[in-house]
Design a protein around this ligand. Structure first.
Ligand code: SAM
Length: 256
C-alpha cells in the first residue's frame, strides 16, 4: 500500500473524512506542498504529526476543504435565479425549502436570501446552509466580509443589507436570521427531503466520478418533483436524465 493510501485510511478512522472520494492528483498535490512546508518528508511522518497536534490537524482540514467563495458568484447565473427560477418556484409555493450545500463562509446562502427578498418578505425566508468544515460555519455566523468578496453585489443590495466597517462589511441581522448553519458531510451524512431548491456550487469539481454520481442521486431524491438543483459554472451535468433531472437553464436542473 502506498503511504498516501495508508494516510487515507488513517484519516478516515480519525476524522470520518474519506479522502479517496476526492480527486487524487489534486488532493495529493495540495497536501504534499503543505507537509513539505511544515518540514515532513512523506505522508507517514505527516500523519504521526497530525495525530498528536490539534493545530496541525486543523491546518490539514483547512487545506483539504477549499473555502474560497464570494457573494453572487458568477453574477449572470444569479440573474437567471432571480428572473426565472424563483418566480417559477414561487408560482407553485410561497414558502420555499432551500438548501445551500457546501456553503463555505456563508456568502452563498446570504446571497440567496438577498435575491429572494425582492420576491417575498424577509421574515418568510428560511435557508439551510451546510458545510463539512466547522471553522467556516463559525465565520459564516459572524457574517463579516472583506470588500473583495462583494464585488458582484448590486449597489441597492449593498446599501440595504450590509453595514460598512472600513474595509469590511457586516451582513445585517435581518438577513442573518434567515439562515441556519449546520455541519454536514455530503459524502457521509443523510440528506433531507422535500427541497424546492438545492444550491451546490464549486465543490463537485473536487470529487471523483463515483462520489459525484452518488451525490447527484442523493440531491435528486432530496428535491421535490419540479425542484431545482443549481450547480457551479464549471459543473454541468453531462447526463442529467440518469439522475431524474432535465436541464431547465444552463447550470439549473429540474427534478422530473
Ligand atoms: C470552494 S468552496 C464553495 C463555496 C460556495 N458553494 C461557492 O460556490 O462559492 C467549497 C466548500 O466545500 C466544502 N466541502 C468540501 N468537502 C465537503 C464535503 N464532503 N461535504 C460538505 N462540504 C464539503 C469545503 O469545506 C468548502 O467550504
Amino acid at each position: 500500500m502506498s503511504d498516501y493510501a495508508e494516510f487515507i485510511n488513517k484519516i478516515k478512522t480519525k476524522t470520518g473524512i474519506d479522502l479517496s472520494l476526492y480527486k487524487e492528483a489534486q488532493m495529493k498535490r495540495r497536501l504534499t506542498s503543505l507537509y513539505e512546508k511544515r518540514g515532513y518528508r512523506n505522508f507517514t511522518e505527516y500523519y504521526q504529526a497530525i495525530h498528536t497536534s490539534k493545530e496541525l490537524l486543523d491546518e490539514f482540514l483547512d487545506r483539504m476543504t477549499i473555502n474560497v467563495s464570494e457573494f453572487y458568484r458568477n453574477g449572470q447565473r444569479w440573474d437567471v435565479l432571480d428572473k426565472k427560477i424563483f418566480p417559477m418556484l414561487l408560482s407553485k409555493n410561497k414558502r420555499l425549502k432551500i438548501w445551500s450545500a457546501a456553503c463555505s463562509t456563508g456568502e452563498e446562502p446570504y446571497s440567496l436570501a438577498m435575491v429572494l427578498s425582492s420576491h417575498i418578505p424577509v421574515r418568510d425566508i428560511s435557508i439551510l446552509a451546510t458545510d463539512l468544515d466547522a471553522g467556516v460555519l463559525e465565520r459564516a455566523k459572524v457574517g463579516l466580509y472583506a470588500d473583495r468578496s462583494l464585488k458582484e453585489v448590486p449597489k441597492p443590495v449593498l446599501s440595504r443589507y450590509f453595514v460598512n466597517e472600513g474595509h469590511h462589511y457586516q451582513v445585517t441581522d435581518e438577513i442573518k436570521r434567515t439562515v441556519e448553519f449546520k455541519q454536514h458531510n455530503l459524502l457521509n451524512d443523510p440528506y433531507g427531503s422535500g427541497f424546492d431548491l438545492i444550491v451546490c456550487r464549486n465543490v463537485m469539481i473536487y470529487f471523483t466520478e463515483e462520489a459525484k454520481d452518488q451525490i447527484y442521486m442523493n440531491f435528486s431524491k432530496a428535491l421535490k418533483p419540479g425542484g431545482i438543483l443549481f450547480v457551479g459554472s464549471t459543473e454541468q451535468i453531462f447526463n442529467p436524465s440518469k439522475y431524474g433531472f432535465e436541464s431547465e437553464e444552463t447550470f439549473f436542473y429540474k427534478k422530473i
